[in-house]
Design a binder for this molecule. Structure first.
Ligand code: HPA
Length: 280
């Protein structure tokens, strides 16, 4: 139970401060992107288990970890969070967003959220990378439900520019330089864990959605609330339900994520360099 999200984040940040200096930018890694954390150099690895209130990650042999290290080839120092949890696993939304608030309390100023998502447009075929320009939160949750703690952020935070323009420009520039195709679109966040029905996908297309997934929206709301800049990139792992003859299964999601991993990691490296340059 997280009784007091502000105090919990402060406790976690105290622990992190004892282990490493906070970098400016953190990356929350979606399925199949552990390679990004493993590729960081001069790294300090901090197990989630040692950080106050960090969630227990369900996958056997893959304890959650926060890796602080340099982007290879002389890039900036960043923090990578490998192992995120979801409300569908039974975690409270306060637990899901706690690492984000801890990053802020530690001293991070920008967070890049990555995820796997189903594509709802012909231009978003499996294997496409999509920069998130906005989201629709249909998860049924909001991390700000309940009394507001003004120490964390305002009661009614603005979300009209949830996905930071400059951060997006940094990833677009990196994609151009590296010849990586980067689509842009609106991410719809649902609770899961069942995949959608074809009727639901038609509805989500009609409301302006481009990709659909089961994470990110609550984390971005918490990030904006506490003053973090946010960016999001989806790996489109499959055509959404009803848009192909295939049934959806998690193996396909994992296989596509693996296939795209090198390009995704290269895009992250390039974007992080641009973000660093912008700040200099
Ligand atoms: N729907 C929801 N979440 C997902 C999907 C999908 O099709 N693919 C990967 N995550």
């Amino acid at each position: 139970m997280i009784q007091d999200p502000f105090d919990a984040a402060a406790e976690a940040a105290d622990h992190l401060r004892g282990r490493a200096e906070a970098p400016r930018v953190a990356v929350v890694l979606g399925s199949g992107l552990g390679a990004f954390a493993e590729g960081l150099v001069d790294a300090i690895t901090i197990d989630y288990a040692e950080v106050p209130h960090f969630p227990e990650v369900g996958v056997v042999g893959h304890a959650g970890r926060l890796v602080v290290g340099n982007v290879p080839g002389g890039g900036p120092r960043v923090a990578a969070l490998a192992g995120r949890v979801h409300v569908y696993e039974g975690h409270s939304v306060a637990h899901v967003v706690h690492p984000v608030r801890a990053l802020r309390a530690w001293g991070v100023d920008s967070v890049v959220f990555t995820n796997a998502a189903g594509g709802m447009r012909p231009r978003l075929a499996a294997g496409t990378l999509m920069l998130i320009k906005d989201h629709v939160n249909l998860s049924g949750h909001n991390p700000l439900t309940g009394p507001n703690d003004d120490r964390l952020g305002p009661r009614f935070p603005d979300l009209s520019q949830a996905y930071d323009k400059k951060l997006r420009a940094a990833f677009r520039a990196a994609a151009r330089e590296k010849g990586i195709a980067l689509a842009e679109g609106v991410y719809v966040g649902l609770a899961g864990p069942s995949y959608e029905t074809p009727a639901e996908i038609r509805m989500l297309q009609n409301i302006g959605g481009d990709a659909v997934g089961m994470s990110t929206v609550c984390e971005v709301i918490a990030a904006r609330h506490c003053g973090l800049r946010a960016a999001g990139i989806s790996c489109i792992t499959n055509a959404a339900a009803g848009l192909s003859d295939q049934l959806l299964d998690h193996d396909e999601v994992k296989q596509t994520a693996d296939r795209v991993r090198d390009a995704f990691v290269a895009l992250l490296h390039g974007g992080l360099r641009h973000i660093e340059a912008e700040a200099a």
